[in-house]
Each structure stands twice: as structure tokens, then as C-alpha cells.
Design a protein around this ligand. Sequence first.
Ligand code: ARG
Length: 464
Amino acid sequence: MSGPEKLKLWGGRFTGTTDPLMQMYNESLSYDKRMYAQDILGSQAYARATCKAGILTDSERDTIIEGLEKVKQEWASNTFVVKPDVDEDIHTANERRLGEIIGTHIAGKLHTGRSRNDQVATDMRLWLRDELAEIEKHLVEFLRATVARASEQIDALMPGYTHVQRAQPIRWSHWLMSHAFEFLADLERLREFKKRVNRSPLGCGALAGNPFNLDREFLAKELGFDGVIPNSLLGVADRDFVTETLQWATLMMNHVSRWSEDLIIYSTAEFGFVTLADAYSTGSSLMPQKKNSDSLELLRGKSGRVFGQMAGFLYTVKGLPSSYNKDLQEDKEPLFDCVTTVKNSIQIATGVVSTLNIHPEKMKAALTMDMLATDLADYLVRKGVPFRETHHISGSCVREAEVRGLSGIDQLGLETLQKIDKRFEADVLQVFDFERSVELRQSTGGTCKASVLKQIEEATNLLQ
Ligand code: ARG
């Protein structure tokens, strides 16, 4: 045996050379180097555990830990020199370099009882754990910004829509809070599943477990895990933490997308309810007048990307035989890309919501009297008329106003209203008031001021 095969960490039983395309096809270092710090952290803890198990002497342990520290510094300072022939992934690259720094006699003892199978699963969980903590922080910031705006702009009224048709007047803050509660559920889900991420597979070995009496609980504690995966076959195979993250992100980005869609519509000239800050808009290369809400369109677009990664990964793991299979190497790119996308998206959304301007006069101008047709029906309900009947009567009023070419049902006048139904009295004119309509919605969750303030308070408490 000669050439690079001899150097490969698994090269012992191989005599031929690897097809260069296969080499490229097989490598994961180009992307799994993102976990270099976690790989080293895991190896340092592993050195402590194997020392405790009597495999390494104290001095060998310390030499390994210090050597790994140097490897880490090389990555951090961008001076780590990759050897493409032999460095297949971050695990082999770090061990190869450690051998060069401290000598292969000691470095060669580090991997005792360990496999890249438990190693890679450990690295990923460590990496993801930190990333999820950051995502959580960003999500809380987004929610705080949303709630602050809802509280500040509580007085702005706007049309509420169903089927994108004007339906009933609502508070702008009511709209904001509807999304806040959706994102609060995302926060809750994140806090729930992250505890399943933080479990240690280290010490599971290739699949069957560790034969050197390794203290897995000690290892888990050293690495800040909340416990160990209780079965070694599962420990090396379990990627549910990846799936859960992708599924969580899919739902969260779906919420981001729908939120964006509303704001895209609200920012058009036709609506004019909001204007995005320049920091989150771009112009057209052709049409000088254009100000496009690219930030929101990208947020909407990137949700599809995350959904695709989730679906793709589920296809990858579906039907895999037990324990480790190389297919699992395909877990990293979707996960990394998803985490980056989600992290950036939440921050962009926070930027958008904290800097946009609203135009309450435009919102108000978009309110039309026909949006009070339900209130007109409700007026008669309060006089004891069954709703099914009042719905019909109010509908007749809307039709009559249309036939007469009036701007709204408020223009019909008391006399005409009474001609349509004699139970209309002088106080019916009070119905034609948007503020009144909004303030009547007092039940929990409604759009009246007190209710929206209560929602704000509830959300604020959940964010403490
Ligand atoms: N690069 C591999 C991965 O990401 C590491 C584990 C390799 N294990 C093996 N038995 N070939 O999954």
C-alpha cells in the first residue's frame, strides 16, 4: 500500500485508490468544518472520560487537550491547512492535525472506543443546541418589537379582511397581536423540542456501545448535555433532532411568510397602510419610482426553501436500516442552511417591524360604511329581532344604498331606514361609527381597546 490511502484514517484494509470523483462525493469537510469547535470540545471531553476509564494517563490526556486547543486556534485564525487527499470530514481532519502536533503515538489513542458515528451525532447536537439558543433570543426580540408597536399604536383603526375583502373594522394592533400569538406558539414549541436536542450520544461507539467502561453520564455532564441517549443503536442513528428542527422551522417560516404577505399588500399604493424603511426596501434598475418590499418577498420566498429541506430530509431518512448509514451525512447541509435562513429571517423581520411607518389616516380612509352592515343587523338584534332576519334587513339597506348610488348605508337617512324596517329608531344613526363598532367587540380576543391591551399584557407576561 502506498500513497494517500495509507494516510487515510480508515485506510488499513484498503489497497486500491479511491476514484477521485468518489473522494469528492464522499467528503463532508467542506461543510462540516462549521462544527470544528464542537468537534474539538467533544474530543477534549472524550479524552477526560477515557482517562477516567484508565485508557489515557493524566499526562496523555493533558497533551491531547492542549493539542486540540492548538487545532482549534488554527481553525479560528483561518490557518488550518486542509489536506484534501486525506481530510474526509471534520473528525478525521482534526485528528490528523492533532497527530502532527503532538505525535501520532498519543493522538492515536484518542479515538479508543469511539466511532465517527457517535462523534458526528454529538457534534451536531452540540452545534444545534447553541444555534437554537440564538434563534430563541432572536424570536423573543421580534416578539418584543411587535408587542411594543402594538401597544404604541393601539389607536389606529383599519379594515379587517376575509378573502382579502373588507370585512369589519379592527385595530391595527389587533392584527399585530394575531401574528404575535402565532409566533409565541413557535417560541413555546422551540422551548419544548430543544430539550430533546440536548442529549448525548457520545460513548455509543459505532453502534454496540463502549467496551472500556466509559462513564457516559460523566461525558454528558462535561458537555452540558441534559442526559444520555439510553440506547447505543439509537444514539448513532437518531436524527429526529434534525427533523424536529426542520419541521419547527417550516411552521415558523410559514408564519413569517403569511405575515410578510399581509405587509406586502398593506405597503402597496392601493392600500398605503404602511411604508417600509429604506433599510428594508430596494429600488428597480429600470423604473426610478419603484420602492419594492424585497425584504418581505424574500421572507415569503425563503419559507419555501426551508419547507423543501424538511421534505427532502424526511425522504433521506425514510426506510433507512437501523443504526448508522452514510445517508445520514446528508443531514448537515439542510440543517445548516435551515438554521442560517431562520436566524437571518427572524432578524430581518424584527428590522422590518421595528422600522416601518404606519399611515393611520390611510387606514381610516379605507374603512367604508358597508363594513358596518353587521353592526346594523346587530342593532336590531339588540331590539329583540332574530339575527337571521336582521341579516336580511341589513342586506336590504346595503342594496338600497347601492341602487340609489349613495356612498354608504349611513347616507340612507332615518326615514328610508324606517321604510325598510319600522323597528329602526333615531338611535340607529349611532351605528355608523367605526370606533363604536370596534369598541363593541369586548369579549376576550376581540378588537376593542381593552381586549387588545389585555392581549398585549398576556403576551408581555409570556415574554418575561
Ligand atoms: N462525515 C460523516 C457524517 O457526516 C461522519 C460519520 C462517518 N461514519 C462512517 N462510519 N463512515 O455522517
